[in-house]
Write a protein that binds this ligand. Structure first.
Ligand SMILES: Cc1ncc(C[n+]2csc(CCOP(=O)(O)OP(=O)(O)O)c2C)c(N)n1
Length: 618
């Protein structure tokens, strides 16, 4: 039996637009079934995609894509968009090497108008596109689709502030499911929540029906919107004040509301704002009940759902951090912890439960998170900012200007340092060592195992200035963790294996492959531990006793840990053969974390290749 008779007929949105509206509910059902089948086999983002099935269909049904531009925020909710735009068969290889990306990517499809992965960019990008359309006298429409979580970021408001006075035709759709990854935080959320309160929402629905029911002319439509919607609803006031024409809230799972509303908005001039209410996980009961668990999933059985994580024996680095945070908070009441909307992913849930007054989820607001931590530090607190390496990129000036320049004791616990695998180039933590080492006052460490991670966090916490501990995604070698909170002597590495001729200078996660390679060639292995200050004496000693030094790091080669080693050699006037291994000067695609590392030469084989004597070309 064919489960997807209607979906099978649609390869492109143009075919979708040929369908009768009465056929669309069937398409909704087929797409949801397909999503469940396909994501349960590949893993990926799940609840957000279930929540945007109707909205995506309605957008491609009403707008003339790809001529009209759909600009998705974050992009983790675009699987239906991908399926409807010629990539349905590619979903079988979603997020795997050479397969479809988990996020929109301009090089993947003309329907992907803007590359995303990091949040809160859609309104800015859409405004740029809308202005470009205006300047080139094009009639094409531009639509930004942004979640209520992503809307909490400063950049979204900067863009609204600009767009509201920009005299362009653009539509911003707020996809409000009252969830970020975790429950949303902040005053904006409270403000939006009023829209969901029964009476207001029902009033809006009635107003919407009244406005749309009789196919009003444009003028009538505008007047009635004015009369019935604007006047009645509070949620829109903020957006109205910013210069947008606010419509909503409407039910984002009701095509009979969505399609006529979009059709009308399509014709209106100036900045338009449509507030749509959806439910994260819609249509799959388990995800509806626990949208956090089903936000990003590994493979699971669709009839059973996600089964309890079998303890793997080894804790992840994220869990090591979470445990340390609780232990250090118990030991020192000055510790406060800050997360920009990543409490779960950063391993802070236990801390949040045990120390609710010292836990600050500030929303998707990395810049604010860092300056907020600086303020806490000014007053004697000891803030720990838990942030993914890739997301700290957002807050670079705050890190430099607000924290480092004032030499404030803020600990940056940088999770996902190095390649993350399936999420790909938007999420790889490939650059932190480069962007951190050039900042004065920074203490930078990269652990090679779990206990070392704990010690580095303790070292960072006791350091009187800004510090970063960057650890990789997943598990380490499984070194047992001590209950005590010991620190490390700052700026000192250690020899882990004494050999001869070749010295491997391993940073962080690269110690494991370095030891494997060294066993084959009898090389010396140094666990460098500190990227800054790098262990100068150790480098001098290794250079004196070996004919080849190889530095190995899971970071961009340019400006990373190896560059610090090179700096020492240069400053000391040491002439020795020196090879640096790290990530090449290109963006690394999505795929299996370890295969990607091997491709970059960051495994045992890659190290052995680098240790070969130079080719004699004479
Ligand atoms: C700059 C940045 N910080 C954090 C994240 C991680 N992140 C991905 S999705 C998400 C929640 C987004 O919430 P919302 O926009 O409401 O979309 P929903 O998941 O509810 O559909 C977060 C915090 C990110 N992608 N980008």
């Amino acid at each position: 039996m064919n489960t997807y008779p209607l979906l099978d007929t649609i390869e492109r949105p143009a075919q979708l637009r040929q369908l009768d509206r009465k056929q669309l509910p069937q398409l909704v059902d087929e797409l949801r079934a397909f999503l469940v089948e396909s994501v349960s086999r590949t893993g990926g983002h799940f609840s957000s995609n279930l929540g945007t099935v109707e909205l995506t269909i309605a957008l491609h049904y009403v707008f003339n894509t790809p001529e009209d531009r759909l600009v998705w925020d974050v992009g983790h909710q675009t699987y239906v968009h991908k399926i409807l735009t010629g990539r349905r068969s590619g979903m079988a290889k979603l997020r795997t090497h050479g397969g479809v990306s988990g996020f929109p990517k301009r090089c993947e499809s003309p329907y992907d108008t803007f590359g995303v992965g990091h949040s809160s960019t859609s309104i800015s990008a859409a405004l740029g596109m809308a202005l470009a359309a205006k300047l080139s006298n094009s009639e094409r429409r531009t639509v930004a689709i942004i979640g209520d979580g992503a809307m909490s970021a400063g950049q979204a408001f900067e863009a609204l502030n600009n767009a509201g006075v920009a005299d362009v035709d653009m539509l911003v759709i707020l996809n409000d499911n009252d969830m970020s990854i975790s429950p949303p935080v902040g005053a904006l959320n409270k403000y939006l929540a009023r829209a969901l309160s029964g009476s207001t929402f029902n009033a809006a629905r009635r107003a919407g029906e009244k406005v749309l029911g009789v196919s009003p002319s444009l003028l009538e439509f505008a007047n009635r919107v004015e009369e019935h919607v604007k006047g009645m609803l509070t949620p829109g006031t903020l957006f109205e004040e910013l210069g947008f024409n606010y419509i909503g809230p409407i039910d984002g799972h009701d095509l009979d509301s969505l399609i006529p509303t979009l059709q009308n908005l399509q014709k209106l001039k100036g900045p338009q704002f449509l507030h749509v209410i959806t439910r994260k996980g819609q249509g799959y009961k388990l995800a509806e009940a626990d949208p956090i668990l089903y936000h990003g999933v590994s493979k699971f059985h669709p009839d059973i759902g996600i089964e309890d994580n079998k303890p793997s024996g080894k804790p992840t680095y994220t869990q090591v951090f979470g445990q340390w945070l609780c232990d250090m908070a118990t030991a020192d009441s000055r510790l406060v912890a800050v997360t920009p909307a990543m409490g779960e992913g950063s391993g802070m849930i236990q801390f949040a439960e045990r120390f609710p007054d010292r836990y600050f989820d500030v929303g998707i607001a990395e810049q604010h998170a860092v300056t907020f931590a600086a303020g806490l530090a000014c007053e004697g607190m000891r803030p720990v900012v838990a942030i993914y390496s890739t997301f700290l990129q957002r807050a670079y000036d705050q890190l430099l200007h607000d924290v480092a320049l004032q030499n404030l004791p803020v600990v940056f616990a940088l999770d996902r340092g190095g390649l993350v695998g399936a999420d790909g180039p938007t999420h790889h933590g490939a650059f932190d060592l480069s962007y951190l080492t050039c900042i004065p006052n920074m203490l930078i460490m990269a652990p090679s195992d779990e206990e070392e991670c704990r010690r580095m966090l303790t070292t960072a916490f006791r350091y009187d200035g800004p510090s970063a501990v960057r650890y990789p995604r997943g598990t380490g070698p499984g070194t047992p963790i001590q209950a005590t909170l010991n620190d490390l002597p700052i700026g000192r590495g250690e020899i882990r294996r004494q050999g001869k001729d070749v010295a491997l200078l391993a940073f962080g996660s690269m110690l494991t492959p370095a030891l494997q390679a060294a066993d084959e060639i009898g090389a010396t292995v140094a666990n460098m531990r500190f990227v800054k200050p790098v262990d100068r004496n150790l480098i001098i000693e290794l250079a004196r006793e070996h004919s080849l030094l190889i530095s190995i790091e899971e970071n961009a080669l340019i400006g990373g840990a190896g560059a610090e080693v090179a700096r020492v050699l240069e400053e000391e006037g040491i002439l020795v053969r020196f090879v640096r291994l790290g990530l090449p000067d290109r963006f690394i695609d999505h795929g299996d974390q370890f295969k990607l590392l091997a491709e970059a030469g960051l495994d045992k084989e890659g190290i052995l290749r680098a240790a070969q004597p130079p080719q004699d070309n004479t």
